[in-house]
Design a protein around this ligand. Structure first.
Ligand SMILES: *[C@@H]1O[C@H](CO)[C@@H](O)[C@H](O)[C@H]1NC(C)=O
Ligand SMILES: *[C@@H]1O[C@H](CO)[C@@H](O)[C@H](O)[C@H]1NC(C)=O
Ligand SMILES: *[C@@H]1O[C@H](CO)[C@@H](O)[C@H](O)[C@H]1NC(C)=O
Ligand SMILES: *[C@@H]1O[C@H](CO)[C@@H](O)[C@H](O)[C@H]1NC(C)=O
Ligand SMILES: *[C@@H]1O[C@H](CO)[C@@H](O)[C@H](O)[C@H]1NC(C)=O
Length: 491
């Protein structure tokens, strides 16, 4: 082989590596009883090539761990703060000082976006936030500019896909919902004028959950569904069709090029008949393949940033949307692996390292207690009022247990949630006992996990960050001049 050809091949490989290094993005929610220590969670993201994270609120120790981590951050403002932020620029300035400027300058947190509100136009909210969202957006933008962060930090609003619809049922028929049409146009214009993207959450799982007649395969990316033909364009999955409905809606209203971020997309593993490991793996692997291939949609070729929902399970989230709401994690609550995923370059998912657990003991139903004991139902009920029993429901991972194992699961969740404290296995009318034998091993199939919680008293301290931002900058300058040199050589 000719030397130049060998060199060109080498260069192609090298560039391939650099392109692949474009990382993944995910949501990190913190509605949990036993948080994964933030430094372990940050390491978990880095080990798995996740270099962008979206937070729903500003949590000080989480921000501390993200400082100088090389991870870009989108911080969220909860809906319940919109009214006060809308009321005055001063409130917005305080928020930016406390929650953005401070972390950027003192902790080296690479904040790129502020997400204002979260799905404020959900129909279930009625019109609760329609008066405050726009002034809150204006005030935060003004505050960012005043803080000197107008270039670095962009505003956005994460919206649910129900803000647009299509009368024809096809993406090309897309337009914003009539009741908020004018408001959406004002928001989109403001974002466009200020260089902010629109953030959209797309949930094929919820399409399936809401409509039993939804064609199951159309929720996934493997082309198994009958395609939907829209004019000259063919859609093989609901994700693309949904995204393009938004692109059409924007185009129809004069904003064909507004940047779009997919703020949340994922599949839960428990809490519903369609929420299981197999479906979640099928969906997320298909999604990751698209991301790694840099695939766009028929209507917009350039791929958006896609934030996976979510990094870990959250056992204290509201179950109002459904029991699945606590099981969206790629990882379990402790950063352990639910199912294998191929990330890129044949790299497999890696579990969290260094997690400290409570003792290996469980609270279960006494072997000599009677399953027909009249106190049993109220005891289970008590346990499940304080602990997460969403895996016990119909079609869930522990849904098929007999009465005894069912009770044991509930008692154990309570015991673990209470940090295995003395007395917390004594609350169930003399029906429970502590054991050191893992109850999951006695259950066929092994899908039902009797958790042991993280010991948050231990190992929760933030370690010193390992890479300084100066070091990273040096590395990237080095990498790019190295590449430029090679390009000059070959051409
Ligand atoms: C910073 O944000 C948190 C919630 O994300 C909020 O509770 C707190 O009040 C904010 N600080 C200010 C000064 O607004
Ligand atoms: C990734 O995991 C799969 C099993 O799920 C295994 O076959 C494969 O060898 C692993 N790849 C690497 C690089 O470890
Ligand atoms: C608890 O139940 C066991 C048998 O199931 C019995 O031997 C014991 O006396 C009971 N203890 C109390 C305090 O009722
Ligand atoms: C198990 O407990 C859950 C939660 O209380 C309950 O809904 C379910 O009916 C129970 N199942 C059995 C088999 O007892
Ligand atoms: C469990 O322990 C942690 C750390 O000590 C504490 O913050 C938390 O409140 C405890 N949970 C309960 C239910 O007592």
């Amino acid at each position: 082989m000719d030397f130049r050809l060998v060199f060109k091949l080498f260069l192609v490989c090298l560039l391939g590596e650099v392109l692949m290094a474009e990382g993944l993005a995910c949501n990190w929610g913190t509605r949990v009883t036993h948080p994964l220590p933030p430094d372990i969670a940050v390491k978990l993201m880095k080990d798995n090539g996740i270099d962008k994270v979206k937070l729903f609120e500003v949590v000080p120790d989480v921000m501390g761990a993200l400082g100088n981590s090389g991870i870009q951050v989108m911080v969220g403002i909860p809906n319940d703060m919109l009214a006060s932020l809308a009321s005055s620029v001063r409130v917005a300035e305080d928020w930016v000082t406390q929650n953005v400027s401070r972390y950027v300058s003192r902790n080296g947190v690479d904040i790129r976006y502020v997400a204002i509100g979260n799905e404020p136009f959900l129909k279930t909210y009625k019109d609760m936030f329609t008066q405050t969202i726009y002034p809150a957006l204006e005030n935060i933008q003004a505050a960012l500019i005043k803080a000197g962060l107008g270039r670095q930090v962009k505003v956005t609003i994460p919206i649910n896909a129900d803000v647009y619809q299509s009368d024809s049922g096809m993406p090309s028929g897309g337009n914003f919902r009539p009741d908020i049409h004018g408001l959406m146009i004002s928001i989109v214009k403001f974002l466009s004028d200020n260089g902010g993207p629109l953030t959209i959450n797309i949930y094929p799982f919820l399409s399936l959950y809401a409509d039993p007649h939804f064609p199951v395969d159309f929720a996934f990316f493997d082309g198994a569904a009958a395609p939907v033909v829209d004019g000259g364009v063919t859609y093989g999955n609901v994700f693309e069709a949904n995204y393009d409905t938004l692109v059409w809606s924007l185009e129809k209203n004069g904003f064909p090029n507004l940047p779009i971020i997919v703020g949340e997309v994922g599949w839960p593993t428990d809490g519903d008949v369609n929420a299981n490991i197999e479906n979640a793996r099928r969906f997320n692997q298909g999604l990751l393949n698209r991301i790694n291939q840099g695939k766009g949609t028929p209507k917009r070729a350039s791929p958006p940033d896609i934030y996976l929902f979510a990094l870990i399970d959250e056992d204290a989230k509201s179950t109002e949307p459904g029991n699945f709401e606590r099981h969206w994690g790629i990882f379990y609550y402790d950063g352990s692996i639910k199912y294998p995923l191929n990330l890129a370059n044949n790299k497999n998912l890696t579990a969290a390292k260094g997690v400290q657990y409570l003792s290996r003991q469980w609270c279960v139903m006494r072997p000599d207690a009677d399953p027909s004991d009249p106190n049993l139902p109220q005891s289970i009920n008590k346990a499940c009022t304080y602990a997460d029993c969403t895996s016990l429901g119909y079609g869930s991972s522990c849904g098929g247990l007999d009465v005894r194992n069912n009770a044991s699961y509930a008692f154990n969740m309570y015991f673990q949630t209470m940090n295995q404290t003395k007395g917390s296995c004594d609350q169930f009318s003399n029906l429970s006992v502590i054991t050191s034998i893992d109850p999951s091993t006695r259950i066929r199939g092994g899908a039902c996990r009797f958790e042991i919680m993280i010991d948050i008293g231990k190992g929760g301290k933030t370690r010193k960050p390992t890479t300084s931002s100066a070091g990273r900058m040096y590395n990237s300058i080095f990498a790019s001049s190295f590449l430029l040199g090679l390009l000059a050589f070959v051409s």
